[in-house]
Every structure is written in C-alpha cells, then in structure tokens.
Design a protein around this ligand. Structure first.
Ligand SMILES: [Zn+2]
Length: 303
C-alpha cells in the first residue's frame, strides 16, 4: 500500500464549524483533543485537561511531563479559574497527562479509574482530591450528574493495560497505559444530556438505556478502520443514545501547541477525510447534524 503523505485539509470542512456561541446557561468549550469544558455558570467540569501537547520527537524518543506554562496559558485563555471536577476519559498521555496539574491549579478533584488515580498520585495530588469510579458509577457536581460507562479504545491501543503504580513525570509516553476507556454521560438537572466519547471505541450494548441529545465523539484513528467499524461505532454511540446532533473531537494534531491553532492529524496516524465521508453519510441518512467545534469558543450545541 502506498503511504499518503501530508494531512487532510481541515478548511474543506469549514462549514461544519457552525455551532452557536453559548449565551448563558450551559456552554461547552473545545480545548483540543478530547478536552471539553462544560460549565453552567455555577459548576464547571473539564474532561482530560490536556494542554502540554509535547512534540512528536519528545513523545517518540524522550520523556514527557506536564508543561506548566502551556497549562497556565490554556486555562487562562479558556477563562478557567475554578473547576469542580477533571475527568480523564482514559489514561493515555494525550488525555491524562495534565489532569492532576489542572486539578491542582483549579481546586478540582480528578475522577477516574485506578490508572488515572495512579497518574494523579504520581504528580502528588492529595488523596482527598482523587475519586475512583467503576463501570456504571455516578457522581454529582452542582446541577451535573456524571455517569461512567466502560467502553473500549479505538484500535490500535498503543499502550494497553492498566497503570498499577504511581507515574512520576518526566517519563516515557508508554508509561501512560490506557486503563479504562470511558463513555461519559453528563446530565444537567434541567434535563440537558450529553455523551462524551473520548476514544473511537465501543463495547456492544454498553450504552443501551442511556439517552443524550448531543454526542461529542472522539474520532482519533477512526479513519484508519474498515468502514464497517465506523458504522458500528455510530450505531453503538449516536444511534443507541438517540443523539440528534454530533460534534467531532480528537481530530487535531496534538503534537503541536494550541497557540499555533489546530490542524488535522497527518495521514500517517489517521484519515479525517475517510471519517468525514462515512459519518456525513450516516448523519444525512439519520437526520442527525454533524459539527466540528471551534477551539476556545464557548458553544451551545442545544441551540
Ligand atoms: Zn488513547
């Protein structure tokens, strides 16, 4: 097979960056990869909280650690001062690396599985700021109720397995093993419901009985899978929860800092054009709208 060079041109999909800015109430702000801020003015939840985005060379050959200047910049630019919870969606470094540092700076608890807890311990986050959840577990923060449903990572999982001891940075990227890959359901007391799927994986039937109008779907590596996989991913997430609107995340090249703006992952690691072709077809078939989120913008996907 001939290797495709370069990367998809994200400007081909410019018309999909069309979510309305939030005017109050509940807002969702995309901060790269699977980092999403959900806030209603009283309570704020952040998935992942990944801002360091170390270079490919460092990830492949060196050791990585939270970049405190990038974390501070990301939080400040997103207007984040206080958070109630930081929720790593799995424990690969591009999700969990900065979760403890973000929690430390914002007064939040880190909520995740035993692997995420070991990342938090390794960075010195106190035990009373770490909450361990299991499949089907729930926790409330203000008007938000969060439910964690066990899912799967999109193949290939480059660092599979669980993290069984505290991870002390700087260390190899491979130390950040996947742990549980979660589907996170967020329900607000006034009835708004959103599914956040951090990785493009699924466990058949896992989301049966869950409802959400909005689905934020991780699509990293999805474009390298056979088309049947994309169709099943859609069925097991969007169709199962009855979402009417889908917002795609985890499509950006996370080897470069947010200050340089977002571009798609290179063809060597994914193929956004394949993902868009298949998912646009499924969305059109089902009468679901498909969107891309705008970096830094507080958006209202219910509007
Ligand atoms: Zn991952």
């Amino acid at each position: 097979m001939r290797m495709k060079l370069g990367r998809p041109d994200i400007t081909r999909y410019a018309d999909r960056f069309d979510l309305a800015p939030a005017t109050g109430g509940l807002g969702v702000t995309f901060l790269g990869v699977a980092t999403l801020l959900l806030d209603d003015g009283d309570t704020a939840i952040l998935t992942d909280g990944f801002f360091s985005r170390p270079s490919l060379a460092r990830v492949a050959l060196g050791r990585i650690a939270p970049d405190h200047a990038r974390i501070a910049h990301g939080l400040q630019r997103a207007g984040i001062e206080r958070l109630d919870a930081v929720v790593p969606l799995h424990s690969h470094y591009d999700h969990v690396l900065d979760s403890p540092a973000v929690a430390e700076r914002t007064g939040a608890v880190v909520v995740g599985d035993g692997s995420a807890a070991n990342v938090a311990r390794g960075q010195g986050l106190p035990a009373d700021r770490i909450l361990v959840v299991k499949d089907g577990g729930a926790a409330s923060f203000g008007a938000f109720e969060l439910t964690w449903v066990r899912s799967e990572h999109c193949p290939p999982d480059r660092y599979p397995g669980a993290i069984s001891a505290p991870v002390v940075p700087p260390t190899r990227a491979g130390a950040y093993r996947c742990g549980e890959a979660w589907s996170l359901l967020v329900v607000r007391r006034d009835g708004q419901r959103v599914l956040v799927q951090g990785s493009a994986g699924f466990r058949r039937g896992a989301l049966v009985g869950q409802r959400a109008e909005i689905a934020y779907l991780g699509i990293g590596q999805l474009g390298l899978q056979p088309e049947a996989y994309l169709r099943t991913y859609w069925e097991e997430t969007v169709t199962t929860v009855g979402a009417r609107r889908v917002v795609l995340i985890h499509w950006d090249d996370f080897f470069r800092p947010l200050v340089r703006g977002l571009r798609a992952l290179p063809f060597a690691g994914d193929d956004l054009d394949v993902t868009m072709r298949v998912l646009v077809g499924l969305a059109d078939r089902d009468g679901v709208t498909l969107h891309l989120p705008t970096l830094w913008r507080r958006e209202d996907p219910w509007a």
